[in-house]
Design a protein around this ligand. Structure first.
Ligand code: SF4
Length: 117
Protein backbone atom coordinates (compact mmCIF):
# COMPACT_ATOMS: atom_id res chain seq x y z
CA UNK A 1 0.00 0.00 0.00
CA UNK A 2 1.34 3.46 -0.88
CA UNK A 3 2.17 6.03 1.76
CA UNK A 4 -0.95 7.97 0.84
CA UNK A 5 -3.16 4.90 1.08
CA UNK A 6 -1.70 4.16 4.48
CA UNK A 7 -2.53 7.70 5.56
CA UNK A 8 -6.09 7.43 4.25
CA UNK A 9 -6.53 4.07 5.96
CA UNK A 10 -5.25 5.34 9.30
CA UNK A 11 -7.53 8.39 9.02
CA UNK A 12 -10.62 6.54 7.78
CA UNK A 13 -12.66 7.06 10.94
CA UNK A 14 -11.90 10.77 10.86
CA UNK A 15 -12.79 11.01 7.19
CA UNK A 16 -16.11 9.25 7.80
CA UNK A 17 -16.92 11.76 10.51
CA UNK A 18 -16.14 14.51 8.06
CA UNK A 19 -18.56 12.97 5.59
CA UNK A 20 -21.26 12.89 8.25
CA UNK A 21 -20.62 16.49 9.14
CA UNK A 22 -20.78 17.48 5.51
CA UNK A 23 -24.22 15.91 5.23
CA UNK A 24 -25.57 17.49 8.40
CA UNK A 25 -23.84 20.87 8.09
CA UNK A 26 -23.75 21.80 11.74
CA UNK A 27 -23.22 25.54 11.97
CA UNK A 28 -20.17 25.28 14.21
CA UNK A 29 -18.54 22.66 12.00
CA UNK A 30 -19.13 24.90 8.98
CA UNK A 31 -17.41 27.82 10.72
CA UNK A 32 -14.39 25.65 11.48
CA UNK A 33 -14.35 24.35 7.90
CA UNK A 34 -14.36 27.93 6.60
CA UNK A 35 -11.43 28.88 8.83
CA UNK A 36 -9.47 25.80 7.79
CA UNK A 37 -10.25 26.43 4.10
CA UNK A 38 -8.76 29.92 4.36
CA UNK A 39 -5.50 28.29 5.49
CA UNK A 40 -5.61 25.60 2.78
CA UNK A 41 -6.25 28.16 0.04
CA UNK A 42 -2.95 29.83 0.92
CA UNK A 43 -1.10 26.50 1.15
CA UNK A 44 1.29 25.43 -1.65
CA UNK A 45 0.11 21.83 -1.17
CA UNK A 46 -3.50 22.58 -2.13
CA UNK A 47 -4.44 20.44 -5.15
CA UNK A 48 -7.19 22.29 -7.00
CA UNK A 49 -6.97 20.18 -10.17
CA UNK A 50 -7.23 16.85 -8.36
CA UNK A 51 -4.05 15.20 -9.64
CA UNK A 52 -3.08 14.22 -6.05
CA UNK A 53 -6.56 13.17 -4.91
CA UNK A 54 -6.79 9.64 -3.59
CA UNK A 55 -10.28 9.34 -5.04
CA UNK A 56 -10.59 10.81 -8.55
CA UNK A 57 -13.10 13.62 -8.90
CA UNK A 58 -13.04 14.64 -5.22
CA UNK A 59 -10.96 17.80 -5.71
CA UNK A 60 -9.96 20.12 -4.29
CA UNK A 61 -7.73 17.89 -2.20
CA UNK A 62 -4.82 18.13 0.15
CA UNK A 63 -1.72 17.35 -1.92
CA UNK A 64 -0.03 15.90 1.16
CA UNK A 65 -2.56 13.22 2.14
CA UNK A 66 -4.83 13.06 -0.92
CA UNK A 67 -7.99 13.64 1.12
CA UNK A 68 -10.89 15.62 -0.29
CA UNK A 69 -11.05 18.96 1.50
CA UNK A 70 -14.85 18.85 1.45
CA UNK A 71 -14.68 16.05 4.00
CA UNK A 72 -11.33 16.66 5.67
CA UNK A 73 -12.12 20.25 6.65
CA UNK A 74 -15.29 19.12 8.44
CA UNK A 75 -13.71 16.29 10.38
CA UNK A 76 -12.97 17.80 13.78
CA UNK A 77 -10.59 14.98 14.66
CA UNK A 78 -8.58 15.45 11.46
CA UNK A 79 -5.50 17.60 11.25
CA UNK A 80 -3.58 19.21 8.40
CA UNK A 81 -2.19 16.69 5.91
CA UNK A 82 1.33 18.01 6.40
CA UNK A 83 2.40 15.96 9.41
CA UNK A 84 5.84 17.55 9.70
CA UNK A 85 4.65 21.15 9.64
CA UNK A 86 0.88 21.11 10.22
CA UNK A 87 -0.90 24.35 9.35
CA UNK A 88 -3.97 23.44 11.40
CA UNK A 89 -4.64 20.90 14.10
CA UNK A 90 -7.34 18.47 15.14
CA UNK A 91 -9.77 20.09 17.56
CA UNK A 92 -11.13 16.90 19.08
CA UNK A 93 -10.04 13.34 19.61
CA UNK A 94 -11.99 10.72 17.69
CA UNK A 95 -13.94 9.85 20.86
CA UNK A 96 -14.78 13.49 21.50
CA UNK A 97 -15.92 13.94 17.92
CA UNK A 98 -18.16 10.86 18.17
CA UNK A 99 -19.79 12.37 21.27
CA UNK A 100 -20.19 15.71 19.51
CA UNK A 101 -21.86 14.09 16.50
CA UNK A 102 -24.23 12.18 18.77
CA UNK A 103 -25.04 15.40 20.63
CA UNK A 104 -25.95 17.42 17.53
CA UNK A 105 -28.15 14.56 16.32
CA UNK A 106 -30.24 14.54 19.50
CA UNK A 107 -33.77 15.88 19.06
CA UNK A 108 -34.47 19.19 20.84
CA UNK A 109 -37.62 19.98 22.86
CA UNK A 110 -39.63 20.36 19.65
CA UNK A 111 -38.51 16.96 18.42
CA UNK A 112 -36.23 18.55 15.80
CA UNK A 113 -32.55 17.84 15.50
CA UNK A 114 -30.21 20.58 16.70
CA UNK A 115 -28.19 20.41 13.50
CA UNK A 116 -28.99 22.69 10.61
CA UNK A 117 -29.84 21.31 7.17
S1 SF4 B 1 -4.56 20.19 4.88
FE1 SF4 B 1 -2.62 21.27 5.34
S2 SF4 B 1 -1.15 20.54 3.80
FE2 SF4 B 1 -3.21 20.01 3.07
S3 SF4 B 1 -3.81 21.72 1.74
FE3 SF4 B 1 -4.60 22.18 3.81
S4 SF4 B 1 -3.03 23.41 4.81
FE4 SF4 B 1 -2.08 22.41 3.01
Amino acid sequence: MSGKLNKIWSNRASILEGIKNSAFKDEHVEQIATERLAICIACPDLDIEGSECMVPGTHPCCGQCGCSLKFKLRSLSSSCGNEEEPRWNALLTQEEEDSFINEIKKPNQNGDNIQSS
